[in-house]
Write a new protein. Structure first.
Lengths: 79, 247
């Protein structure tokens, strides 16, 4: 396979696969947060703050995949 | 750069260009530096200095205007650091973490809010300084230095004991952690900011009007969160180095 074709496919796979895990994780976290707010509405502010921070952490895993994809597309060391 | 060429064929308007890896290079001695990052960092630093000076030039007992705003910012940062490091030792670290937070925050927002495209550069374009991996790596390495300094200052050489506690089996992982911390810090910030700007640029290429606005707002939100995350993590790492396991 041509190295450029391989890089494009690899970039697509990198971002696609990297979004599966964080997607599941973010879903879980948000669901738990909603449950927590429903049970204890007075804690909403605190729960929301923590949720946003943890979502950002999970999101960064996808971003690592994105960085790999961007490196493959724009700064590929093998092309 | 053939992929880049394929992407820019859509771009008949010069509203925005997808420029990844194009830099305005300066030569200083034997070093090649990215000029657009330097220029923008200076602009951000200048903004922060001017804001601080304006807030402290004429201090009133009842704060108003910019003094009020800066006091709010300071209190926000102080609470953030206190939540991470704890009541006893947080005071020493407010300046460091506050500087990190403000610099990252203002750079991220400057990249999103200011139409840098209006200022022509010979090559590359002005954007947030944090969308260059070198900037974020420098910030992350500073954080590493800070937590080593914090640990060594408080515990002396016995700081290194935490590598073999509770068991020496985890020594490789403990050493590896010192490398993964700056790596993940820098990649997280860099990737998020670059991703924001790329998503906006792609949308502007496709539909130049109105449609990119919600994404821009989302970008503002995530870049603020990223500044917060960076500062929070820096605080958490410093706390980890300061904490005494024998209490």
């Amino acid at each position: 396979m041509d190295i450029q074709v391989a890089s494009v496919i690899a970039a697509a796979l990198a971002i696609g696969l990297a979004s599966i895990g964080p997607g599941i994780g973010q879903g879980n976290a948000s669901g738990q947060a909603v449950a927590g707010i429903a049970r204890q509405p007075e804690a909403e502010g605190k729960i929301r703050g923590t949720l946003l921070l943890t979502l950002a952490f999970m999101e960064s895993l996808t971003i690592y995949g994105l960085v790999v994809a961007l490196v493959l597309l724009f700064a590929n060391p093998f092309v | 750069m053939e992929i880049l060429g394929a992407l820019t064929f859509v771009n008949t308007y010069t509203l925005a260009e997808l420029e990844v890896g194009e830099h305005f290079l300066w030569k200083i001695g034997n070093f090649t530096v990215h000029g657009q990052v330097f220029l923008n960092s200076w602009i951000v630093i200048g903004l922060l200095v001017i804001a601080s000076l304006a807030a402290t030039r004429n201090i009133q007992k009842i704060p108003g205007g910019i003094q009020n705003f800066m006091e709010f910012v300071l209190e926000f940062i102080r609470d953030l650091v206190r939540n991470q490091i704890g009541e006893k030792e947080y005071r020493d670290w407010v300046p460091f973490i506050g500087t990190l937070f403000l610099f990252i925050f203002v750079s991220n927002w400057s990249g999103a809010l200011v139409p840098w495209k209006l200022i022509e550069l010979p090559s590359g374009e002005l954007a947030a300084p944090t969308n260059d991996i070198n900037t974020t790596l420098a910030l992350a390495l500073l954080t590493s230095l800070a937590y080593f300094y914090a640990g060594l200052k408080k515990k002396g050489l016995s700081y290194f004991k935490h590598y073999i506690e509770p068991t020496p089996v985890l020594l490789p992982i403990a050493i590896l952690e010192d490398f993964t911390k700056p790596l993940s810090l820098s990649f997280r910030l860099f990737g998020n900011i670059l991703a924001d700007e790329l998503v906006v640029a792609v949308l502007v290429l496709l539909v130049p009007l109105f449609i990119p606005l919600p994404v821009m707002a989302l970008g503002l939100f995530t870049s603020a969160i990223q500044a917060l995350v960076f500062a929070t993590l820096a605080g958490a790492y410093i706390h980890e180095a300061l904490v005494d396991h024998h209490d």
